[in-house]
Design a protein around this ligand. Structure first.
Ligand code: GRF
Length: 220
């Protein structure tokens, strides 16, 4: 986690769906809240609305369909080639519905981030909000973590929490978490851009300007 303080992150965003997190990153980059330039948006799904969001923001965007490749390695090689062609240095997964393996991760070691709609390590994988409701937890949330070869297992950078209401459906809880995600992801990436990510006692954290670890985000 080593960009110089105040460096601009050259960001590639991988998407599969509606792209509201992508929109949050584009908006934060435009407002200056996030020192990043989104160099390219790549979707593995042709119809993803995220591509439309990229187009509207004037950001290069393309489709790399996983079905067009004989195996995962070939798919990941093509992703790497396209990201490098656009000068990408950091990757943000934003609703990207493929698990990335060692071929891809070796291309950007420690530089691939993901956002997941749960307080990891609880409820990894698909339908995290549904899992949270089924478990009867009273707090849910979102996590930004560094991607490793597991499913939602990498080092946790930042988390935020929201309440689970007894009236919640999967939809209402998902919406509450999503609003939180839109705050968390730019914040985590800005921590990296500002060189404020540190390893302490084997755990990774983002410190504030005075070197303190800020309180977790609570967003009722
Ligand atoms: C988000 O909940 C994210 O945490 C998960 O997929 C969803 C993507 O939403 N990985 P969007 O495409 O950013 O709107």
């Amino acid at each position: 986690m080593d960009p110089a303080p105040s460096a601009q992150l050259q960001l590639g965003v991988l998407v599969s769906g509606s792209g509201t997190n992508l929109q949050a990153l584009l908006d934060a980059s435009r407002s200056g809240e996030l020192s990043a330039s989104v160099r390219v948006v790549i979707s593995n799904r042709p119809g993803a609305y995220a591509l439309e969001r990229a187009a509207q923001a004037g950001v290069p965007h393309e489709v790399v369909r996983h079905q067009d490749f004989p195996n995962r390695e070939a798919f990941e090689d093509r992703l790497l080639e396209r990201l490098r062609a656009q000068g990408v240095e950091w990757i943000a997964l934003a609703g990207f519905m493929r698990v990335l393996g060692s071929t891809f991760l070796r291309g950007y070691p420690g530089r691939v981030l993901n956002i997941h709609p749960s307080l990891l390590p609880a409820f990894p994988g698909l339908h995290a909000q549904k899992q949270a409701l089924a478990a009867g937890v009273k707090l849910a949330g979102a996590t930004v973590h560094v991607v490793d070869e597991g499913v939602d297992t990498g080092p946790i950078l930042i988390q935020g929490a929201v309440p689970v209401l007894h009236t919640d459906t999967e939809e209402t809880l998902s919406q509450r978490i999503l609003k939180l995600e839109h705050l968390l992801y730019p914040r985590a990436l800005q921590g990296i851009a500002a060189g404020r990510v540190q390893w302490r006692d084997g755990r990774v954290c983002i410190v504030d300007d005075s070197g303190q670890i800020p309180e977790p985000l609570w967003f009722p």
